[in-house]
Design a binder for this molecule. Structure first.
Ligand code: CDP
Ligand code: CDP
Length: 222
């Protein structure tokens, strides 16, 4: 079997997708694609321009800026820029998380970012780990390894709270609300055919990384 190895990981907020995917990529010497960063960068730009992500026309008008989107796919460092602004840190705030749904439910926005993602995946060398909500099903359904990374909601909320701090109840309410609105657009709560569920509820970070690395290693020996 020739060509790059593609590992696709989907799952709800706080399941460990981006941190685990990055560690898997580092361990295997692969590239790393955080697809949520593209949705977050578009959201940042719309808010920066005083727009409302719930207004579909505003979202559509922002899509031209995708030409300026820079996504670092090197697993060791991550940089996200749009329209000349480095937004690496700015896209991680609650303000962005709260507004991203309007972008995510706009189908032309999904199609436009997917074109970028598929080009990145097609050019990957020697492999890539891509994570998001629809990688195993829409972006890269032919990936060599397809994983749905889950964890009980209470555990995911505790992890996210550990990362962002603030009011745990509010963190929990926002995470639940985002999962609910995201799952109306794309089903990432159930594994599609051929997708392996990795439940990280009772796994340490390293055990979660190992579980996915093992799937990739098995795949290579098939
Ligand atoms: O890290 P976290 O799970 O909190 O979110 P993220 O992966 O950064 O994604 C941010 C938002 O982008 C999600 O809440 C989805 O609305 C959207 N998204 C999507 O619709 N499809 C993807 N493949 C990735 C993200
Ligand atoms: O990208 P996503 O929202 O799915 O999750 P993340 O931001 O990568 O992970 C959320 C937090 O959970 C991070 O601090 C991870 O280190 C942590 N985590 C953990 O404690 N145990 C695991 N088995 C997996 C992730």
């Amino acid at each position: 079997e020739g060509g790059a190895t593609v590992i696709a990981i989907d799952g709800p907020a706080g399941s460990g997708k981006s941190s685990v995917a990055r560690a898997v990529a580092r361990e295997l010497g692969f590239q790393f694609l955080d697809t949520g960063a593209a949705y977050r960068a578009l959201t940042w730009l719309i808010l920066e321009r005083g727009g409302d992500t719930d207004d579909e026309a505003t979202v559509l008008a922002s899509l031209g800026a995708l030409d300026t989107l820079e996504l670092t796919i090197d697993a060791s460092g991550q940089r996200v820029a749009i329209a000349g602004h480095d937004v690496t840190e700015a896209i991680r705030t609650e303000r962005i998380s709260a507004a991203v749904a309007g972008v995510a439910r706009t189908l032309p926005a999904r199609e436009a970012v997917n074109v970028r993602f598929r080009a990145i995946i097609a050019a990957a060398d020697p492999g890539i780990v891509a994570e998001g909500r629809d990688i195993t099903t829409v972006v890269a359904p032919d990936a060599d390894v397809r994983v749905l990374l889950t964890a009980d909601e209470a555990v995911r909320i505790r992890r996210r709270f550990g990362d962002v701090g603030g009011d745990e109840q509010q963190v929990g309410a926002r995470l639940s609300a985002r999962d609910a609105s995201d799952s109306r657009v794309i089903d990432f709560l159930h594994a599609a055919d051929g997708v392996t569920v990795v439940d990280s509820t009772d796994l340490t970070f390293d055990e979660t990384v190992d579980a996915i690395v093992r799937l990739a290693t098995e795949e290579r020996h098939d």
